[in-house]
Write a protein that binds this ligand. Structure first.
Ligand SMILES: [Zn+2]
Length: 270
């Protein structure tokens, strides 16, 4: 089955990973800007990263026939440095006309601090001004419920970003309802150490349905699995779900969400 991984940090993965993903049916990925494992020292560090995301990475994914899309921002962890975050937000428009840029992301919260909230709001201002889609990271474990509530509140206190143009990612059993009830898209991340497993993701689909919901691997430099979406497909098959239903979640839904971006120029596989 063809699939799209809507959230995977391929700069941290090898070309062999692209090749294995392609063999499993991956036809496109989207790669949000994220934390590199260390705090960058200047706006130029981000400028170089955005250059990599919009020029070399699409070329490298193309070697395996995978279409590459991306999202730009300063992540919540580094947003704690407010002056640097403001410089990055001011620089992002330099890249917004590049092919394959889908919007602003993954912005959000990490430890739910006031500085993170300030910079989250300023990213939303940029997205509203430039009419960009938004991809949102929600915090890990104990901070997740409160952080997700704060994010939904900050989105709902304004009326210039329609909820269907926002994806709230890394939802779990206790946060999926807040995202869906608000009219937002949501993403389930299949991650070995935290977040969801393929079985829990299948449970959530069975409970909440298959509308406005995405499944991703969030593969990155930590313990993670860029083939997690095929694991989810297999779990759904074992439970007797139809191919059409599985295909909706792993292929048609990302197309519908990304299709709202004017720079999403997808070529369907033959
Ligand atoms: Zn991520």
């Amino acid at each position: 089955m063809y699939f799209i991984d809507p959230h995977v940090h391929m700069v941290s993965r090898t070309t062999d990973d692209y090749e294995r993903m392609a063999r499993m049916g991956c036809v496109a990925i989207s790669e949000p800007a994220f934390w590199a494992g260390f705090d960058r020292g200047s706006v130029d560090g981000f400028r170089d990263y955005f250059e990599q995301l919009t020029s070399f990475e699409p070329k490298r994914s193309g070697w395996s026939g995978i279409q590459h899309y991306t999202w730009l921002c300063i992540n919540a962890k580094e947003a704690e440095n407010v002056p640097l975050a403001r410089e990055v937000i001011a620089m992002i428009p330099e890249f917004l006309d590049r092919p394959g840029v889908l919007g602003i992301g993954e912005i959000g919260l990490n430890k739910n601090t006031p500085n993170e909230s300030t910079i989250f709001r300023e990213h939303l201002d940029l997205a509203a001004r430039t009419n960009e889609l938004v991809l949102i990271h929600t915090p890990h474990l104990v901070d997740k419920y409160k952080g997700t509530r704060m994010i939904v509140d900050m989105l709902q206190e304004r009326n210039d970003i329609p909820p269907e143009r926002v994806c709230i990612d890394h939802v779990e059993e206790h946060t999926v309802k807040a995202a869906l009830d608000g009219g937002f898209w949501c993403g389930m991340t299949l991650y070995p150490t935290t977040k969801c497993t393929p079985a829990r993701a299948a449970d959530i689909i069975e409970q909440y349905g298959d509308e406005r919901i995405l499944v991703n691997s969030a593969g990155d430099w930590g313990p993670s699995n860029p083939l997690a979406v095929p694991d989810f497909i297999q779990e759904m098959r074992k439970r007797g779900h139809s191919e059409a239903k599985i295909r909706k979640v792993v292929y048609e839904n990302p197309l519908e969400f990304f299709g709202q971006s004017r720079r999403f120029k997808f070529t369907p596989p033959e």
